[in-house]
Write a protein that binds this ligand. Structure first.
Ligand SMILES: Nc1nc2c(ncn2[C@@H]2O[C@H](COP(=O)(O)OP(=O)(O)OP(=O)(O)O)[C@@H](O)[C@H]2O)c(=O)[nH]1
Ligand SMILES: [Mg+2]
Length: 717
């Protein structure tokens, strides 16, 4: 392969709902780009893109796959992404390195939730979008409905540049408004003839052309002037105007496709080369916010957007050349760790096929192998250049599950596999929770987790259990209580003795500590001699007051008493969860001249605290999440009543681009597998986000259940 200059590169990401035909389109683009001479199909499990065992098993894309096509002296780097929302991580990385999105829409369905979600991302990342209406050869293809749904979703942005003459099973013709020609396809390998527009389509085509010209002219004053004077624009001028609107994300040109029958694909590729931006205009931000221009004459910087372990190759590092050029055998430095690496070989990538090249220039996408320790989101530079490219920001998780190996001896290996999985897919977030004493796996949905499970079971041959994670409850109290406890043990030699009397009360924001208390109608006044205040790692406070009079307890026993209390703050008396916001006043006790020691006082304090806690109107607090659901109107009722069954508080409803947006506060305990339920309630047409909001007291019946469950658990132990 020759070396492509920055201007002759196009970086394109294929986007779209599940089964819209992205992988098939990628296959056809590579066929037109002479990377392959026979096209595979998803059904035959032989596409270049869906090349992993698990993708072939499920007949869908799971990973984002870098591909390329060489076409008209240009190199099109193509990233084929999975349509399912569960695998969005790969889409987000593709946004980072691509300049144009081709949104594939299934003409049988029109805009789907997937299209909608990806459209939002495209807006967020300011990515120019071309819409490819695909599957126009399918029996149920419906052009009008599809266009209508496009306008509903994207307003006036979609601009028709082609329309099909005969959508449906016999589809072989479309009219190109830009070129004012009709293309007729003679076979399923892209062979086409250019014809005049037939008489019965002339008026419609003319009308659309005028609209297109006006739309193009609106983006540029000079064009506008010309358009008013001459009444029309040349193809070049229309392209120019379209390009401005397109680059700004104001115009989404709409193309006709049958990826399966290779109709319209070449024309789409032409347009990408003629109109879509090359990376020459790329300006990356550094971590510090400085601009890094895509300048081939600049110092070498490459950015790692993906890593994978691949058969026969080992660790493969996928990168984009951000600036300068990278040459075979070049030494680079990781500016963040200072570690040196040698890029011994460079490859252009089409799935498993790796074609060795001697160099790659700014803007290009490629991969290398055998680097020592490079992770996704890291930058590698020519020595002396300390630019660090701002990292890809992955979306927050929406599915959590606890995971453990069925047999303990696999624990360590499982840990390694999970860490590896996170390196390859940063949206798989592993959390070793000390609080919950569980390993929690966070991901984008049940499918996402199940794919990992499949891999662990079938490839790594480890049996695992996935189960509902514990909930990080918090415990606190609502009123004053006192308790005392005597720890006494007489066994042979030295005995143990310690007695502690303490009083506890809740810390309420804005209410200062006082030394007068009322307990069961009895007034109690304490003599505060010392105060210590601790902020808990898990939120909230502990205040510890020394109110000992007359030397009832030696000062040296105060720290062990605090330690005993602290232990019960870590493992709360109600459910073993963290406790918070409590004042403890130690006001009396007893010592034994021989048997008293630190341990005895610690144990006495633990038990006294526990006792007092249970009498102090204890309550369990649970984490509440803000949940936002994007749902098609016809599923609203089901989604709403399901949420109500989850003890949710519905906070609002609004409609947005043909969907309903539902906002609710939902307890985390009720969100286990929510994404799965939502998906089955709406046939996968809804999506949601969740974010921690705050802690709220659990209802009485829930508290009773939790207390009982904890008691039983304690008895078992
Ligand atoms: N009739 C027809 N079928 C198509 C066309 N393009 C794709 N298909 C079929 O649609 C199904 C899905 O195609 P894929 O290429 O896997 O779709 P995808 O968008 O990559 O799907 P995900 O990877 O799951 O997001 C397959 O059965 C394809 O054969 C087309 O142009 N016409
Ligand atoms: Mg696919």
């Amino acid at each position: 392969m020759k070396t492509y200059s920055t201007e002759n590169i196009r970086n394109v990401v294929l986007l779209g709902g599940t089964r819209s035909g992205k992988t098939t389109l990628a296959e056809t683009m590579m066929f037109e780009g002479k990377v392959i001479d026979r096209r595979g199909t998803v059904e035959a499990k032989n596409t270049v893109s869906d090349n992993t065992e698990v993708e072939q098993l499920y007949q869908r894309s799971i990973y984002s796959t870098p591909l390329y096509a060489e076409y008209m002296d240009n190199k099109l780097n193509i990233i084929d992404t999975p349509g399912a929302d569960d695998f969005v991580g790969g889409v987000i990385s593709a946004f980072k390195v691509c300049d144009t999105g081709v949104m594939v829409v299934n003409a049988q369905q029109g805009v789907e939730v997937g299209t909608e979600i990806l459209g939002r991302y495209a807006e967020q990342y300011k990515m120019p979008v071309i819409i490819g209406v695909n599957q126009l050869d399918a029996e149920k293809a419906n052009w009008e409905n599809t266009i209508e749904s496009l306008h509903q979703a994207f307003g006036s942005k979609p601009v028709i540049v082609q329309y099909p003459v005969n959508p449906g099973l016999s589809f072989d013709c479309f009219i190109d408004i830009l070129k004012m020609k009709m293309y007729r396809f003679k076979d399923e390998n892209g062979t086409r003839e250019e014809c005049e527009i037939p008489a019965d389509h002339k008026d419609e085509a003319q009308e659309m052309k005028a609209a297109l010209m006006e739309m193009a002219a609106e983006n540029d004053e000079a064009l506008m002037e010309k358009f008013f004077e001459a009444g029309e624009l040349t193809e070049e001028e229309v392209n120019k105007g379209l390009k401005i609107g397109f680059d700004n994300g104001d115009i989404y040109p709409v193309f006709c496709l049958s990826a399966k029958k290779d109709i319209g694909v070449k024309r789409l590729m032409d347009f990408i080369i003629d109109v879509a931006p090359s990376p020459a205009q790329d300006v990356e931000k550094s971590k510090e916010g400085a601009d890094i221009k895509c300048n081939v004459a600049g110092p070498t910087s490459i950015f790692v957007y993906k890593t994978a372990v691949e058969q026969h190759l080992g660790e493969v590092t996928y990168f984009k050349v951000i600036s300068g050029k990278i040459t075979e055998g070049q030494d680079v430095v990781n500016p963040e760790t200072g570690s040196k690496e040698r890029v011994s070989a460079i490859y252009a990538v089409a799935g498993k096929k790796k074609e060795k090249v001697s160099e790659m220039l700014a803007g290009d996408l490629g991969c290398t192998v055998k680097l020592k320790s490079v992770k996704t989101n890291q930058t590698l530079n020519q020595a002396g250049n300390d630019n660090v490219v701002a990292p890809i920001v992955f979306p927050p998780s929406k599915y959590r599950t606890a995971i453990k190996a069925k047999v303990e001896k696999d624990d360590e290996k499982l840990g390694e596999i999970l860490n590896r999985a996170n390196a390859e897919d940063p949206t798989l977030v592993i959390e070793y929770s000390k609080e919950l004493k569980q390993t929690i796996l966070n991901g984008q949905g049940e499918q996402h987790i199940n794919i990992l499970k499949w891999y662990i079971n079938n490839v790594q041959k480890i049996e695992i259990d996935l189960f509902a994670p514990r909930i990080p409850y918090r415990e606190t109290i609502t009123k004053v209580a006192v308790a005392s406890y005597r720890h006494k043990k007489q066994s042979g030699g030295a005995g143990q003795f310690g007695e502690v009397h303490l009083l506890i009360e809740p810390i309420v924001e804005g209410v200062e500590a006082n030394n007068r208390f009322k307990i069961d109608g009895r007034e109690m006044v304490l003599n505060i001699k010392g105060k210590e205040e601790y902020t808990m790692d898990w939120g909230g406070k502990l205040e510890y007051y020394n109110c000992i009079v007359g030397g009832a307890i030696d000062a040296r026993f105060m720290p062990p008493i605090l330690k005993g209390v602290m232990e019960k703050m870590v493992e709360g008396p109600l459910t073993g969860s963290y406790a918070r916001d409590i004042r403890v006043f130690v006001f009396d006790g007893k010592m034994h001249p021989v048997d008293s020691n630190e341990l005895s006082f610690k144990l006495a304090a633990r038990n006294a605290f526990k006792e007092a806690f249970k009498n102090a109107g204890p309550k369990i607090m649970e984490p509440i999440y803000n949940v936002e659901v994007l749902v098609p109107g016809d599923c609203m009722g089901d989604v709403m009543s399901d949420l109500q069954n989850r003890r949710s508080i519905i906070e609002g409803m609004s409609s947005e681009k043909g969907f309903q947006v539902l906002k609710a506060r939902v307890p985390l305990a009720e969100l286990y597998k929510y994404s799965t339920t939502l998906s089955s309630l709406t046939s996968g047409r809804a999506t949601f986000t969740m974010a921690f909001a705050d802690y709220q007291q659990v209802p009485a019946d829930v508290q009773d259940k939790l207390l009982k469950a904890y008691e039983e658990e304690q008895e078992d132990e």
